[in-house]
Design a binder for this molecule. Structure first.
Ligand code: SAM
Length: 335
């Protein structure tokens, strides 16, 4: 469950997990959600996808044949020159939006066990359940690996990130594409301000490609993405005590060429009245009206370089698959 209730730090072997989400405050969460639902067009932030069920469904999506980004990025990760990125220094690998940690596991698997003693892994995710599962699995798979998991909103709780040691930030899965283009620039710049010279930032970017390939990845034949999209309404119901009925909505995902992004929406199948105790009256959706739930921006090479340049990072290396469907950019803080 997305952890909005306070909870003590949990320990598992040499791993710890701390939940900082309660510091955001439930009242602020409720007012943010209502503000977005009263906007025109209506929207819900994609960060609310990820309760336990949402995180589980996302992992299922990453294994679908239509969902090319994960297997393409994983293949690139298997070939990365880790000696250059991680070296043999004491280092914090800070993964933003770590999800099921499967990508870091690919990198950690390639390090010799003595190199792991220099590494502290710091996964940061809004999904408490994803991090709980991660610390259990990592403790079994990489005994002795130091893990300090942080349940937090990486957009608003950057102050929680460790600063002292040498750092490699990882922001994988093209999660950067969920931010709008200006937000992505500002976000990378904010993270860069916590970095010291010599620290690195590895970012996964989904590239622009044929529309049919893009749209299929978000409209899989077995309907897992549809279930993932609708699950956001259950999360919202729990947070603002509303009575959205997910099956009153249709899953829509399409490529918007002018914004160069996939958009996901939930479209009302009929006129709806949604009740919520935090508002005086119900609010209405007319038949065909949609709630915008996710953007997944796609990137050209110049977008990637612009993000690094705006943050003052130097673009050290770009790793891509042969079709240039996905790229991992390694940026370095030089001064
Ligand atoms: C698209 S998934 C990617 C997961 C993983 N990095 C991968 O590549 O498979 C986005 C991840 O970021 C997390 N997330 C989304 N918004 C977040 C936020 N504002 N703060 C912290 N984590 C967030 C989600 O819980 C989810 O695990």
């Amino acid at each position: 469950m997305m952890g909005y209730s306070a909870r003590d730090a949990i320990k598992c072997g040499s791993a710890t997990i701390e939940n900082h989400l309660p510091e955001t405050g439930l009242q602020k969460t409720v007012s943010d959600i209502l503000y977005d639902l009263y906007s025109s067009p209506k929207r819900i932030s994609s960060k609310y996808f990820y309760d336990a069920e949402g995180s589980r469904l996302f992992t299922e999506i990453t294994r679908l044949p239509e969902y090319y980004p994960t297997r393409t990025e994983n293949a690139i990760l298997r070939e990365l020159p880790l000696d250059k990125l991680i070296g043999s220094f004491d280092i914090d690998i800070i993964e933003l939006g770590s999800g099921d940690h499967s990508k870091i596991a690919i990198m950690l698997d390639r390090l010799l066990s003595e190199d792991l003693t220099h590494v502290r892994y710091v996964p940061v995710d809004i999904s408490q359940s994803a991090l709980e599962t991660s610390i259990m699995e990592l403790a079994g798979r990489f005994p002795g690996l130091a893990v300090q998991a942080i349940v937090a909103d990486y957009c608003h709780q950057i102050h929680l990130l460790p600063e002292k040691r040498k750092k490699l930030f990882c922001f994988l899965g093209s999660t950067i594409g969920n931010l709008n283009r200006d937000e992505a620039m500002d976000f990378v710049r904010k993270i860069t301000r916590t970095m010291n010279p010599g620290d690195g930032f590895l970012i996964g970017f989904d590239r622009i490609k044929e529309t049919a390939v893009l749209e299929k990845a978000y409209n899989d034949a077995t309907g897992v993405t549809e279930r993932f999209n609708k699950n956001i309404l259950r999360v919202v119901n729990r947070l603002i005590l509303s009575d959205f009925e997910p099956d009153d909505f249709e899953h829509k995902a399409f490529y918007n060429p002018s914004e160069r992004r996939i958009e996901m929406h939930l479209e009302a199948k009929k006129q709806l009245r949604i009740r919520c105790p935090f508002i005086e009256k119900h609010f209405e959706l007319h038949k065909g009206e949609s709630i915008h739930t996710e953007n997944s921006h796609k990137f050209e090479l110049h977008d990637i370089l612009a993000i690094g340049a705006y943050a003052g990072l130097s673009a050290d290396r770009l790793f891509s698959d042969n079709n240039a469907w996905f790229s991992l950019a390694y940026f370095l803080k030089t001064e």
